[in-house]
Design a protein around this ligand. Structure first.
Ligand code: LLP
Length: 450
């Protein structure tokens, strides 16, 4: 007998009904599949809102204790739709956008411009103009070229509010972080160099342009971080740079953004970063740094994406074929093909990301077998879940759910093999509704001018 166990990595609204079938926020998976089809991304609204609120409260509380303010920006790159932008706004978050497209969604949702940030290492003139028109609260500039580009688009009467993105040499993700002086990647301006680092040059360049208003310094160190020490090392480096700028120019910038990257659980037994703990750790660490440096604390901001939307989402698939494959070591692996694949979740193929899957539409009274969940695309790397125990009687027509696909699933989806992208369905209080409708072949053909 295999038993579906709710809890991480599933969203908090996931439960198992008496008949063995699984429900999300009170909606049965069979009903979801019948009404909306599969594959489908299912978002648990209450879970997402609770995570947004949880991050905001955790950071507000911890930073209030050290006498500093903090804003939480939801990183829309993880997943953005009009409804999700509204939910996080209602929960008191701001929205971080990385392109004109994300900005357009946030604006369509009615988020006030001053609650929006625009990122990107190569913003176009059109994106910059749109951000300025919308009165965004901050544009995070990434290079000296871009500093001029934004300044040229702004005016001395309405200076553009900017933050300078710097790289501290800290790269985090997974379980460890590394700190190196020099960077070999495209983002930000490095703080490495005595007094005349690219980061310092960027800050001075902003101060030299009256069309720009220097809000502060931005640092993002990586994603899916489970070890909090990287944040603390990076925060210290940024606060040091801030103090150096003040010493040199007399300007003590008001804001420091520490980026996103808070890790989540993807597999049973994994433990997500706890927002209350990480907020307290970062707050006490920045307080110690500021005391060391003899500077008052700035206002802080953070940009979680995955930690808000990742665990709130799951993907529902229908099993199409089941095939036992004999392995060299004599074991058998059961290949379970579902009706989606690398077009709706590229993360396993791109990063070797691990996921967890369960048969969710019925009680599964069989022993388990070693299984691999694969998609319907024309390549062998089209893997959804590398290794998972599934009921030995898994069969065509079964509904399969993959946990924690809310972040970087739909937002990185493609039309590989001309597979239409799945719908995004929200569930709350026993009802479901479509947030983003499923693509159709007509949608795909509409782009093809023959
Ligand atoms: N802020 C900045 C400036 C970022 O570049 C990112 C992510 C975030 C915030 C949000 O990070 P989060 O809290 O979601 O980890 N596609 C990859 C993740 C790429 C993240 C890029 N930047 C993945 O699927 O794992």
């Amino acid at each position: 007998m295999t038993t579906f166990i709710p809890g991480e990595p599933w969203s908090t609204g996931v439960a198992r009904a008496a008949n063995g079938s699984v429900t999300i926020a009170g909606v049965g998976v069979r009903a979801l599949a019948t009404e909306h089809g599969t594959p489908a991304y299912v978002l648990d609204e209450a879970d997402l809102r609770a995570r947004a609120r949880g991050y905001r409260r955790a950071f507000e509380t911890a930073f209030a204790e050290i006498g500093a303010g903090v804003d939480v920006y939801y990183a829309g790159k993880a997943f953005l739709s009009v409804a999700v932008a509204r939910w996080v706004h209602e929960e008191g978050l701001r929205v971080d956008t990385a392109t004109g497209g994300e900005l357009a969604v946030a604006l369509r949702a009615g988020i006030p411009g001053e609650h929006l940030g625009l990122h990107g290492n190569n913003k176009s003139n059109a994106e910059i103009a749109r951000a300025l028109d919308a009165g965004v609260g901050r544009i995070i500039v990434d290079s000296l070229v871009e500093i001029d580009r934004v300044a040229n688009a702004a005016s001395t009467e309405r200076p553009a509010p900017v933050m300078v993105r710097v790289t501290t040499g800290v790269h985090a993700g997974g379980h460890e972080y590394i700190s190196t002086a020099h960077e070999d990647q495209k983002f930000g301006l490095s703080i490495a160099g005595d007094g005349d680092s690219p980061a310092m040059q960027g800050l001075l360049a902003v101060l030299a342009r009256p069309e720009l208003r220097l809000l502060g310094i931005h640092s993002h160190i990586g994603s899916q971080i489970l070890d909090p020490s990287g944040f603390e090392v990076a925060a210290h480096a940024v606060l040091t740079l801030r103090a150096q700028l003040a010493e040199r120019t007399g300007v003590l910038v008001d804001e420091v953004d520490l980026g996103g990257g808070y890790g989540i659980a993807y597999l049973p037994g994994e433990v997500a970063l706890d927002p209350d703990r990480i907020a307290k750790d970062i707050a006490s660490s920045v307080q110690a740094s500021a005391t060391d440096l003899g500077t008052p604390l700035p206002r802080f901001s953070i940009e979680p994406g995955r930690a808000i939307v990742g665990p709130a989402g799951l993907t529902l698939y229908t099993v199409g074929t089941v095939k036992p494959v004999r392995l060299e070591d004599g074991r058998t692996r059961t290949y379970v093909s579902v009706d989606g694949g690398m077009s709706d979740n590229i993360r396993p193929a791109l990063y070797g990301a691990q996921y967890h899957a369960e048969v969710v539409g019925r009680s599964a009274a069989a022993q388990t077998v070693l299984a691999r969940v694969v998609g319907k695309h024309c390549e062998s790397g089209d893997i959804v879940v590398h290794d998972v125990q599934l009921p030995a009687d898994v069969r065509a027509g079964d509904l399969l759910a993959v946990a924690a696909t809310g972040a970087y699933g739909r937002s990185m989806a493609s039309n590989y093999n001309h597979v239409p992208r799945p719908a995004v369905i929200a569930v709350a209080d026993g009802t479901s509704r479509v947030l983003v409708r499923r693509e159709t072949e007509d949608d795909l053909l509409a782009l093809d001018l023959g």
